[in-house]
Design a protein around this ligand. Sequence first.
Ligand code: NAD
Length: 256
Amino acid sequence: MLKGKTALVTGSTSGIGLGIAKALAAQGANIVLNGFGDVDTPKAEVSALGAKVAYHGADMSQPQQIEDMMRYAEKEFGRVDILVNNAGIQHVARVENFSPERWDAVIAINLSSAFHASRLALPAMQAAGWGRIINVASVHGLVASAEKAAYVAAKHGIVGLTKVIALENATSGVTCNAICPGWVLTPLVQKQVDAKAVAMGLSNEEAKKQLLQEKEPSMQFTTPEELGALAVFFCSSAANNVRGAAWNMDGGWAAQ
Ligand code: NAD
């Protein structure tokens, strides 16, 4: 379905980003990976699906590096047709204890990076008359939780950005939508499971159950594969008129 198209997925060396990159690769898209840590394993996993793979290590908190990454992707594959703004970090503290540096980092990586990558990707999508911007927001783009001020602010912000980009391109073939997952068992969430296990004297399994019980009625983690399938749907022609949606896949979290 996506043969000849190029998808750039930020923060795709791990977790949800890697799951989405693999789902798009399985549909035939060329993939530009981005993120920190081990690069060889995700690259090998994506190319095993038959995709052409490139990688750029831009730090998504740095606008100049984002610009370098977008130029690199264009040089490698000609154009970015699908942009998945996924890179994200978490920091947990009450507002009065929240370090300003952590606030700035969460806003830069979880929100401003999507603005920068989108503003740079849009002109080529508009010229081609087709494009997809998929923002990985969160159920925290729709509802709040205590001790996640920067994350909730950034995720509500990215849902707003999604709607604006969707409206500005509404009469074109360029769509913009957000995905709002509930708990997904990635390294980002495992850290929160570990913190809960230590704080409450629980085993890893008990801490996971506790985490789900607090928020997610289905008592199931959403998987990167399920989120990848939703991203593929947003790229399909069936989703041509899905614009500005903030689509939760959260086991009923936001329905409560
Ligand atoms: P993860 O920690 O597994 O992956 C994060 C990715 O972002 C990694 O590839 C990491 O290297 C990259 N990254 C981090 N900082 C970066 C930076 N400055 N520049 C470039 N890359 C950077 O986390 P995940 O759970 O897969 O999260 C991915 C996205 O999904 C995030 O935006 C997160 O907020 C969102 N999300 C996660 C969950 C969840 O439960 N895990 C739920 C809702 C939304």
